[in-house]
Unconditional design. Structure first.
Length: 269
């Protein structure tokens, strides 16, 4: 007897990865974490709450509101649990620090040390990223979350702008330099001479790492502010770079933030 074609078979069960207990350590302080078989460390909302001195509910609300990277894993007793990469903790810390909520943390950690903790949390997630010129980029380390937005400057030039949840607009260092046909090595080349050139442009020395959702994946990007990019494009425009001249002309006609606002409005319709 032939099986009916209408009979549905049960879908293949989802196999959630198993994690083991581990820890994350910084400057003599230790926090509990979970660890995947490949070595990646993750935190539960409770563990993250203990790290930042906030409530578990506040952590959950923050992660859900920003749709940050989430994994479902199986712990030792077989129970399923939601956990988050350490970069999510770095994003949360950056936000709390910017808003002044970590000044009365019970560990009495200085602002400079918070920046060091943010960088240490993010290091595991950023190993594939090249290091920007270490002679120049020596400021604070922050991790922000946001969404990508394609902005057209004129008929021939468009680039991806990062719309951060903090309300700021930034542009990845590779994207902003690519659109004027220059190599990203301009930022990476490590030399005091290049650092001096960057300093002359009055760029920010801070490193802002942006965790951006691209479809269903999260990518890490080092991004500069709009003001920094206007200085960089102006530098290359003076050297006769036609793409840089075209971008600056477009910004002069309408304003770069107006161009971004229009792209957001068009994307919402």
């Amino acid at each position: 007897m032939k099986q009916s074609k209408n009979i549905k078979t049960d879908p293949k069960p989802i196999r959630y990865p198993k994690v083991t207990y581990s820890h994350w350590q910084f400057s003599g302080k230790i926090w509990r974490t979970y660890q995947l078989p490949d070595g990646q460390k993750l935190m539960s909302d409770r563990q993250m709450a203990l790290l930042v001195g906030r409530s578990k509910k506040a952590v959950q609300k923050f992660i859900e509101s920003r749709r940050l990277e989430t994994h479902i894993v199986r712990v030792g007793n077989g129970r399923l649990m939601r956990v988050y990469p350490l970069s999510v903790a770095a994003i949360y810390l950056s936000t709390l620090l910017r808003e002044g909520h970590l000044e009365k943390h019970h560990f009495n950690i200085s602002r400079d040390n918070w920046y060091c903790i943010i960088k240490a949390l993010s290091d595991n997630e950023s190993e594939s990223n090249p290091i920007l010129n270490c002679y120049f980029f020596t400021g604070n380390y922050l991790v922000e979350s946001g969404e990508p937005l394609q902005v057209r400057f004129d008929a021939n030039i468009s680039l991806q702008v990062l719309v951060l949840h903090s309300g700021e607009y930034r542009i990845d260092y590779r994207e902003g330099i690519r659109c004027i046909n220059r190599s990203a090595d301009w930022f990476i080349h490590e030399s005091p001479k290049k650092a001096k050139s960057l300093a002359n442009l009055r760029l920010s020395r801070d490193i802002v790492e942006c965790r951006i959702r691209i479809q269903e994946e999260f990518q890490s990007m080092y991004a500069l502010s709009l003001q920094d990019w206007l200085s960089i494009w102006g530098y290359f425009a003076k050297k006769g770079n036609r793409k840089a001249i075209a971008i600056l002309n477009a910004c002069a006609r309408e304003g770069i933030e107006a161009l971004i606002a229009r792209a957001i409005e068009e994307g919402a319709t």
